[in-house]
Design a protein around this ligand. Structure first.
Ligand code: FCB
Length: 440
């Protein structure tokens, strides 16, 4: 890598991120069924219908995984606490689930890793999906109860709490595009989910404040969006796409309003009196998590349903996901967010990474493309800091190869290779490169 730890401000945190369902093994420890278990069992939803029942078996191997995180010289570890593990039916507590996260947080602290918790990284209990999941307003209050239960147990030891991971994926990708659980393609369900996921954030944040927590925020994903050509319709389509993807959530949180370009499609289907919730949704946060992966080019398609837009991957080199590698997008988002929305508020890059078809050969995974990827995105982060943006840390997605949702186990994002037959962990060349760069 072309950087060293001391190229970043003192106290800048380097870490890696994971999420419960993607690594733990949800069949263990009394966890309840989640909507991902049932979505995966539906026809054609997930590659080879794979699910998170075993995943990386982190439930039993977390000590080894956290040893590897510490040995890489990392400062922090981002993880999620599965609602369905802690409350298998979404309402009643599973003591084993709480014990697991209690031990996990202690294991991080024993290794000098700051625990960065995410409350919801998509592990919705099936019993709540039965009642309409995020299309149902009641789910927000239940989420508040889950927030209370898990915070009472581990809130004294976590360094940071993000309420929701990537609300765009929870709402739009899952209820309008149908690619993630629950796999709906329904504008009414999507409009409700777009609002309720923010109401859940506001509800959880209020519960956290009641407990005196002062290290709270949310993790949003951003996708660099450009018109594909000079056609004014493409400009319009890109603006609407940008409003739905990049502006909806951050504007609601920082300004208490939704962008008009996006409301144009959602307004007729929004829950009644949604305006009354905007005050709760726009309570101050303490930090913002930014997930950034790629750029999309947008064309107009008047024949398609609103938002009359088609997005394609940008023209540059692609990862195993087919996503364009576009580090400039990260720099520009960090600056745009500071300038338009959050000012001096601390920002963490909570996810950035790439999938590659990695193989172990003679005990080595030589992932040079990933080394360049990380280097370039950390350079973009550094530039944003030089531009005056208050970026406080960077978490690589992901620590381990894991369950990549609708893509099953096929897409490898990890710094550490996982053999899904034997569950053997093999740190990749990128792990070693990052380790030397951030060594003290
Ligand atoms: C993000 C998710 C994360 C992982 C990466 C590749 O959208 O937060 O769980 O799937 O993408």
């Amino acid at each position: 890598m072309n950087f060293q730890r001391n190229d970043f401000p003192t106290g800048f945190l380097f870490g890696a991120a994971t999420a419960a369902y993607q690594i733990e093994g949800h069949q263990f420890g009394g966890a309840g069924s989640t909507h991902w278990d049932t979505f995966a069992a539906g026809p054609g939803n997930v590659v080879r219908a794979e699910n998170g029942a075993l995943a990386c078996d982190h439930y039993h191997r977390f000590a080894e995984d956290l040893d590897l995180t510490r040995d890489a010289g990392m400062d922090a570890y981002r993880f999620s606490t599965s609602w369905a593990r802690v409350m298998p039916d979404g309402r009643n507590v599973n003591p084993e689930g709480l014990d697991f996260y209690d031990g996990l947080v202690d294991a991080m602290l024993e290794r000098g890793l700051q625990p960065f918790q995410t409350l919801y990284h998509w592990e919705l209990p099936s019993a709540l999906a039965d009642k309409g999941g995020w299309a149902n307003r009641d789910t927000c209050a239940y989420f508040g109860d889950f927030t209370d239960v898990i915070t009472d147990r581990i809130g004294d030891r976590v360094a940071s709490i993000a309420t929701i991971n990537e609300p765009w994926c929870v709402a739009y990708l899952s209820h309008f595009l149908g690619h993630h659980a629950p796999g709906l393609r329904d504008i009414r369900a999507a409009s409700r989910a777009m609002h309720h996921i923010l109401l859940a954030h506001g509800t959880a944040l209020a519960r956290l404040r009641d407990k005196g927590m002062s290290n709270c925020g949310i993790v949003l994903n951003f996708d660099h969006t450009e018109p594909n050509d000079a056609d004014p319709d493409a400009t319009q389509a890109a603006a609407t796409t940008d409003a739905i993807f990049n502006r909806w959530f951050i504007e609601a949180i920082t300004k208490g309003s939704y962008p008009t370009e996006a409301l144009e499609g959602f307004a007729p289907h929004m829950p009644e009196n949604w305006q009354d919730d905007m005050e709760l949704i726009s309570q101050p946060i303490d930090s913002l998590g930014v997930n950034y992966y790629t750029r999309h080019m947008v064309s107009a398609d008047q024949g398609a349903v609103w938002p009359h837009a088609v997005s394609e991957d940008g023209p540059g080199d692609k990862t195993q996901m087919g996503w364009e590698i576009y580090p400039d997008g990260l720099r520009s988002f960090l600056s745009r967010l500071a300038h338009d929305y959050v000012g001096e508020l601390p920002i963490y890059v909570t996810e950035n990474g790439m999938a590659w078809n990695d193989h172990v050969k003679d005990g080595v995974v030589d992932d040079q493309t990933r080394i360049r990827f990380i280097d370039d995105h950390l350079a973009a982060t550094r530039h944003a800091i030089t531009d005056g943006v208050n970026v406080r840390g960077f978490f690589y997605w992901s620590l381990l190869d894991n369950y990549e949702w609708a893509f099953g186990y096929e897409k490898r994002f990890g710094l550490i290779h996982v053999d899904f037959e034997t569950l053997k962990r093999t740190p990749k060349a990128s792990y070693h490169a990052l380790k030397s760069a951030i060594a003290r």
